[in-house]
Ligand binder design. Structure first.
Ligand code: NAP
Length: 531
């Protein structure tokens, strides 16, 4: 297909998934174009520029592994890289692999329609442009559609309204300003300490307290970097065999079978080392409430030690299952509540009544604000896909198909929507794995599949109804063995979006998932209809 605006593959999104998909498909000789809504590449790291934005996965793991020279030549500054450095890395990759020439920015895909006569997708954009492609790869991201809360009067706010997920490119000067922030998830927890240092006052409106572990960030240890670089492929392989494809040092011992003192010293050690490996302190935290409670108690004690005002400390202690929401990782989050210019408003005792022209009115008080920051998260996993009017076979709309949850096969493909692939879609490990590792695995699988189709002169692939149902059952069955689907109102189950069907969306267990995908491919794409 070489007419203007006709490609073998159209890739939606220029984040890490879209970038690698473009590189991989081009190197196989497919014609491809990336279409991106933002004015530049970088996805998550293009949009989320709020103060403190940084990754919670170690820098030596949160990077591509497809190119040996790339992973040898790039050097990270810190253990956990900040947004600007990750964006610089994305730009470096784009330059090295000459990606920009096949990317189109400031272009939002509005509709996608599958033409069954010619097995081709017809794609239209907000500028009225039309593309045709046999295959579409949805690299639209799991956390890319910002969630704007339905709060009365929000549109009346006359001062400056910001959202962490679409932060302006210019620096915001909070000095001498009265700032309010709604939300206490990962984004807020990173932004709060830095905004508090700048602002005259910071008022935090909390609905649900989150668990946060200190990052213990710092400059990247050069000798560790050298050691890893001397055996990078082996290091990557070891990590890919772990549950979340992360080097989180899993402990195979049970928390409930460990004596209290010994248990607390394990927690203390993990707390001092910092970050997400805290969740791997014991092997039963995800499956046994009693075990989970021991970790909850430990963190509560830490909060009570750090936060001087016992009442504030009490309000900051979460009363949910640890890990059923994404664990937060911070630098000085709890310490920030000891500052004189910071106050915590618990929305469970005093709910927001409305946003006014000049601030927030709760049932208890009125707060005058110069800036209001919404750190209210995303319509996760499905939001960006459903924003596009996607119509498959017989004009079936994806919005209709997914009315009762995002049914799919392997988190990659949807019955009724041939030749369309999701990268890190619902039903895949995605957000519960190292995202870049998951992205490369998906893109490689899809690229091999398209290559197979080309070799066998096939033009259409779609998941069968049976394979899809079995997959949904499998994802649910695995999730049901853990405390996560019911342990709290998380975005993993869509609970943060009013009216969204409650389904646990990620697939738990990266290695097992990869094995399954490989067996599907080696069995001539079992579970797919090819023609
Ligand atoms: P989030 O975890 O969904 O947190 C949103 C916050 O806003 C929650 O505290 C939520 O309260 C609150 N909220 C939402 N609607 C509200 C309303 N109407 N009234 C009052 N409060 C409301 O979103 P996020 O912090 O942007 O993080 C999302 C995900 O992005 C993370 O879980 C993580 O996977 C990723 N992320 C990662 C990093 C990192 O790598 N370090 C940093 C940022 C984000 P409820 O809990 O009560 O709903």
């Amino acid at each position: 297909m070489l007419e203007k605006n006709s490609f073998d593959v159209l890739i939606v999104g220029a984040g890490f998934a879209g970038m690698y998909a473009l590189h991989r498909l081009r190197s196989l000789g497919f014609s491809a174009r990336v279409v991106e809504a933002g004015s530049d590449l970088g996805g998550t790291w293009y949009w989320n520029r709020y103060p403190g934005a940084r990754c919670d996965v170690h820098s030596l793991e949160y990077s591509y592994q497809f190119s040996v020279s790339l992973q040898q030549q790039w050097s990270w500054t810190e253990k956990y890289a900040a947004q600007a450095e990750i964006l610089a890395y994305a730009n470096h990759v784009a330059k090295q692999f000459d990606l920009r020439k096949d990317m189109q920015f400031s272009t939002r895909v509005k509709t996608m329609c599958f033409d069954e006569e010619i097995d081709t997708w017809i794609i239209s954009t907000d500028s009225g442009e039309e593309f045709r492609s046999r295959f579409c790869i949805m690299a639209t991201g799991c956390l890319s559609k910002p969630n704007f809360p339905d709060i009365k009067g929000l549109e009346d706010f006359k001062a400056c309204l910001l959202h962490t997920a679409i932060w302006p490119k210019h620096e915001i000067d909070f000095s001498n300003k009265r700032v309010g922030i709604i939300g206490t998830g990962s984004s807020a927890i990173q932004a709060i300490p830095l905004i508090a240092e700048m602002a005259k006052s910071l008022t935090i409106f909390q609905r649900t307290a989150s668990f946060s572990i200190p990052a213990c960030n710092g400059l990247l240890d050069k000798s560790y970097e050298q050691e890893i670089k001397s055996r990078y492929p082996e290091f990557r392989k070891e990590n890919s065999q772990r549950y979340a494809a992360l080097n989180n040092n899993p402990n195979s011992v049970s928390a409930v079978e460990t004596a209290t003192d010994a248990r607390n010293s394990v927690y203390e050690d993990r707390w001092q080392r910092g970050g997400l490996p805290f969740l791997a302190s014991f092997n039963d935290l995800a499956t046994n409430v009693e075990a989970n409670n021991t970790a909850v108690e430990f963190i509560h004690k830490k909060i009570q030690e750090i936060v001087q005002d016992p009442d504030v400390a009490q309000r900051l202690c979460p009363h949910t299952v640890l890990g059923c929401k994404r664990l937060c990782v911070d630098t000085n989050y709890y310490q920030t509540y000891n500052r004189d210019n910071v106050q915590l408003v618990d929305l469970n005792s005093t709910a927001i009544e409305c946003v006014t022209e000049s601030g927030i009115k709760t049932s208890g008080a009125e707060y005058e604000l110069d800036y209001l920051v919404l750190a209210t998260g995303f319509d996760a996993m499905t939001g960006a896909l459903l924003d596009i009017d996607i119509r498959g076979v017989d004009q079936l709309r994806l919005r209709e198909k997914w009315r009762n949850g995002p049914h799919n096969y392997l988190g990659l493909s949807i019955n009724g929507f041939p030749n369309l692939f999701m990268i890190t879609g619902p039903g895949s490990p995605s957000v519960l794995a190292n995202m870049i590792v998951a992205i490369e695995q998906h893109v490689d699988w899809v690229a091999d599949c398209l290559n197979y189709m080309r070799k066998n002169t096939l033009t259409r692939i779609q998941a069968t109804v049976v394979a899809e149902q079995n997959w949904v059952d499998r994802v649910n069955r695995i999730a049901a063995k853990t405390l996560f689907p019911t342990g709290c109102n998380s975005w993993y189950v869509g609970a943060n979006i009013p009216g969204k069907t409650r389904v646990f969306m990620p697939y738990l267990g990266y290695p097992n998932y990869v094995d399954y995908c490989e067996s599907v491919a080696t069995n001539n794409y079992k579970g797919f209809g090819l023609s």
